[in-house]
Design a protein. Sequence first.
Lengths: 123, 666
Amino acid sequence: MAGIVVVDDSPARNAVLSAMLRAAGHRVETAATLPGALRQCRCTEPALVLVELLLRHGNGYSLAGFLQRRTGVPAALMVSRQQAAEIRWARARGLAGVLTRPRPVAVMQNRVAELLATQEETG
Amino acid sequence: MRLTGYGVPSPEVVHGVLQPKFRQIEQQCREWCARPSRQRLRPLVSLLGGMAVLARLCRQPASGKCARRALQRLRGNRAVPDRTMVVQCLVMLDSWAGSSTMDHHWRCSLVPLRDTALGALRLPETDGSGLPGPVLQYLALRDCLAGEHCPVRSTAAACAILLADGQKRPDAPRRFAGDMALALESPLTELGAGMTPDDRPRAALHTLYRELSVLIAVQRLRCLALPVKAVRQAQWLILMHLRHHPGDWPSDSLAVLIRHLLGLQWWLMTEAEGKAVDLSPVMRRTGRFLSAWRQACETGSEAVSWLDRSAREGIREELREELYTVARTLPSGEDRPVSPALCTALARLHLTLHCTGHRLLAWWSDTLQQSFLALLQAGGPAGPLWRQRLLAFRSAVLAGPVNGAVSTPATQQPGDHVCALLESVTDEAWLLTALRRSLAQAIAMPVPGLADGPREGVGEQPVEPRQETVIDQLSGGMVHLPDPAAWFDALQADNGASGRTELIRSVVRELTVLEKGARALGVSRIESLAAVLRSVYRQIGVDEGREDAAIMPDRALLLALRRGHAGLLHRLDQAAAWQTISRPQPVIEYLYRSLEAQQSEQPDNALSLPHRCLSINQRLQALVDTATPASVTGERHTLMRTLLHDQARLLKTMAVPDRNRSGQSV
C-alpha cells in the first residue's frame, strides 16, 4: 500500500482522514505546517500528499504547489465543496487532483486509490 | 456569638463572627505580600473577592472595604507574580458595586427575600427525623423556590448559591445545586419555548434581564455541581456587558444565548438523574469563546488583535478547537449524549454569524461535518439509542422549513431542542439549506429533495453566480501564469529570439485576459498587478501588436519579473481559495523601481522620498499620456488610483517632518 502525507492544521480532520486512509491499508503520516510536511515528505517518501485548501495561515494551492515543486511528490487538494472552478485552477496549477470531503468512507478511499493509480500511470 | 446554619448570615453574624475572619484573611494577605507565592495567589484572591461580595450582600461596607484594600495592596505590590487575576477581581467588584439596573434589581430583591429565606432557614438543627440541619434547611429553601408565584426567584437563587457555597462536605454542593436548579427549572423553560421570532421585538429587555439573572443564578448552581470556574467568569462577562451596553444588546442574541445556556442546563439536568457526565471541558471552552465574542463585539473590527491574532482568526481557531474538544471529550460507550455537540455548535454558529458575518459558513459546515463523522463513525461514541434520536432530529430539522416557534415540552427530545435553536435562524434561508445539506451528508441519510443520500455533487454549496464567475474567469484559459517557474525556465532556455518573443507575447496575452476579467469582476488588486506587469513588458518593447519586438530582458529585470509573477500567482491562489487578497503595492513598487533603475542606471535605494514621489508622478503622467480619454476612466483607473494612493502617502510622510520643523522654529 502507498504512503500518504496529510497536511491539515485541524487535528480533528487530520485524525478522521488518517483513520479513513489507514482503514484502506495506506501508510499515513500527518503534518500541520509546511516545514512539517517537507520533513514528512523527505523521511517517508510518500506516493501522494493531500493538502487542505483552507489553512489557518496561507492557502492550500500555494502550499501544494510548493510541496510538489520542491519534493517532486504529487500533491492533491482537499476541499469541502467541490466546484468546477476549483478543479480547473488546481489543474492549471499542476496539482494531482481535487478530493472532496467528507464523503462516505468507501467513496473517499476509492477516490484516493484513483488518484494514486493516475499518478502511477503518469509517473 | 457563633455562625448558626448554612444560609445567608445576618448582619449581626457578619459583624460578630465574620469580621474576625475577614481580619484573619487580611493578615494572610499581608503575610503573602511579605513572601509572595504564585501557588497561593489564586485561593487568596478568591477569598478576598468572595469576602467583598458577601460583605456587600450583607450590607457590611467596612468588611467590603477591608477586602478591597487588601486587593488593592496586592495590585500595587510589584512582587506579586501575576497581578492580572487581582485586577480582574477588582474590576468584577467595581462592576458589582455599580448602580446599574442589574445590580439594583439584585440589591432590591435581596432584602425581602433574605428575610423569607432566613425565615425558612432558621430551622432547628434536627427535627427528630434524623436528617442533619443543612439538609433540612436546603429542603425548606427548595420548597420556597418551587412555589408557583415566587416573586423573588433571583434572590432566592442567590441565597441558594450561598447556601450551597457554604457546605463543607464535598458531596453536598452537588446535591444541593442539582435540586435547587431542578426547583427553578420549570419556570425558566417557559422563556425559551414561549419566545417566537415575532414576539422577540416586542419582548421587553428588562424581562429578559430579570430572567437572565435567574438563569445565571441557576447556571451558577449547576457550576457548583461541576467545578467550572470559567463558566462563572463568562457569566460575569455577560453581566458586565449588559451593564455597560444595555441598549446595544439585541434581544434575539440574548434569547439565543439564554437558549444556549438552557441547553447546557437541560443536559446536565438529564444526566443528573443517572450517571453524571462531565461537560466541564465543553463549558470551559464556552467561557473562553464568550470572552472572545464579547471582545469582538466591543471592538467590532477584524483588525483588532486578540492574543496576537486578529479577532476573527482568534474566534475561528477557538471554534475549531472547541468542536474538537466536544468531539474528543464525549464519553465513549452506548447511549451517551451526542446532542451537546449539536446544541453548542448550532447555538454558537448563530453567535459567530452575529459577530463575524457569513464568511465562516463554509469552514463551519465543514468542521461540523467532520465532527459528526467522528461522532457517528462505526464504533464511535453514538450508540444505537442516540442514532435513533438523531433520526428524530433529522426528521424534525430536515423535513421542511421550520415555521414559527417550536414548543419545548418537558418531555422534549434532542431534535426539538435543536429545532428551537434553528428556529432563530429562519430568516437566513441559505443557512438552513446549507445546514440541512451538510448535516444530512454527515449523518449519511437520505434527504428530501436529494436523491438517495450522499453522492457526487451533494456537498456543493450554493454560491453566488458572481463569485463563481470570479473563479472561473481567473482560472480559465491560463497556461503560463499558474506556473511561472516553468515559464521562466522556458524563457531562459535557448529557443532563439523569435521563440522567446512568442513566449513573452503569450504571457502578455494571458495578462491582458486576466486584467480584463479582474476589472469586470471588481478584483482591483489583481487587476492592478496584471496591468503593471503588462506595462513593464510594454516598456521593454514586448507588446501584442508589435512584430519587431524581440528584446530579452536583462538579468535584473528578469528577476523583478519573476518576483512580480510570483506575487500575482500568490494573489490568484488567494482569490481561488476565497481568502482576502493581499495588497499589491509592494510588488508594484518593486517592479516600477526595477524598471526605472534599468532605464536610468541608478541604484534603487539611491532614491530619496521626494525623488520617489516624483517618479510616481512621472508614472502617472506616462499612463495619462499613453491612454485615451475614454480609457482613462476605465482601463487605467485602478492603477492610477493605486499610484495616487502611494503618492499621497509619501507626501504625507514628507509633510510630517516639515511640520515638526516649523513647529520647532515657532
